[in-house]
Unconditional design. Structure first.
Length: 250
């Protein structure tokens, strides 16, 4: 059975003292959950977040990384650097990075390979624009993004990859995909994985939904058969609200 994962994406928010306070408040609210709780925090919070989350069930991730091992890439951080301080997860190819920082399917694929090489657990984002959705191209876009992200990844490694289906028109807009639409898109992604790796592996890959998830809509999304949890932006910035999403079954 696939585990449910609830991952927060803080984006460019939270100073270290705020991160520490957040984790201290969140911790008692999520101790009883069987779901995986992840906070993907800015680089400057990583060290503080890792220390504060020690001996809790809260896991810490980064929001980006570079695909090269080292070298003249001013301002960048490698997978090995993240791993060296015990970061466990990393978001790759978030739509904001694709839109504002020129990430492509090719860089996403290179980052994914480097993350896996250094034993980081990648959360790879795919999703369509409103224009593509209205043109009826959703499935084509997201299955192509999935295939290109996974190019050259073997069947053992693909099971370590978490995919987040995040329709771009739903991110930070307050508009959520209906549970049925999200399920349909995630089924299409799983079907694409099945084409490449076979049925058994496709059933084991964790696929999240992201896009204006909040405590009031998470249950109907997370109880769909193919949706294995969520990548949560805005609603991950407040501990009580985020804990309600983590504890969506209660
Ligand atoms: C995200 O940042 O991945 C996201 C889904 O944001 P929000 O929940 O705010 O739409």
């Amino acid at each position: 059975m696939r585990k449910k994962i609830i991952a927060g994406n803080w984006k460019m928010n939270m100073l270290p003292n705020e991160a520490i306070e957040f984790i201290q408040k969140l911790e008692p609210l999520v101790t009883d959950t069987n779901n995986e709780v992840i906070l993907c925090v800015p680089y400057t919070d990583l060290f503080y977040a890792l220390l504060t989350a020690q001996q809790t069930n809260i896991k810490i991730g980064a929001q980006n990384m570079h695909f090269e091992e080292k070298g003249a890439y001013t301002g960048e951080v490698s997978a090995e650097m993240l791993k060296s301080i015990n970061v466990e997860y990393v978001i790759i190819g978030h739509s904001e990075r694709r839109a504002y920082f020129a990430e492509t399917d090719e860089t996403v694929n290179k980052k994914l390979k480097s993350a896996l090489k250094h034993e980081l657990k990648p959360i790879v984002c795919v999703g369509e624009t409103l224009e593509s959705r209205e043109a009826g191209k959703t499935q084509k876009i997201i299955t192509t993004q999935t295939r290109l992200a996974l190019e050259g990844i073997n069947s053992e490694d693909v099971e370590k990859v978490i995919i987040a289906y995040e329709p771009i028109w739903a991110i930070g807009t307050g508009k959520t995909a209906t549970a049925e639409d999200a399920e349909e898109s995630i089924q299409a992604i799983r079907e694409e994985i099945k084409k490449i790796y076979g049925q058994e592996i496709s059933k084991r890959v964790i696929i999240l939904y992201g896009g204006s998830v909040k405590s009031s809509n998470c249950k109907e999304l997370f109880t769909m058969p193919d949706i294995d949890g969520g990548l949560v932006g805005g609603a991950s910035l407040e501990p009580i609200e985020f804990s309600k999403i983590v504890n969506y079954e209660k």
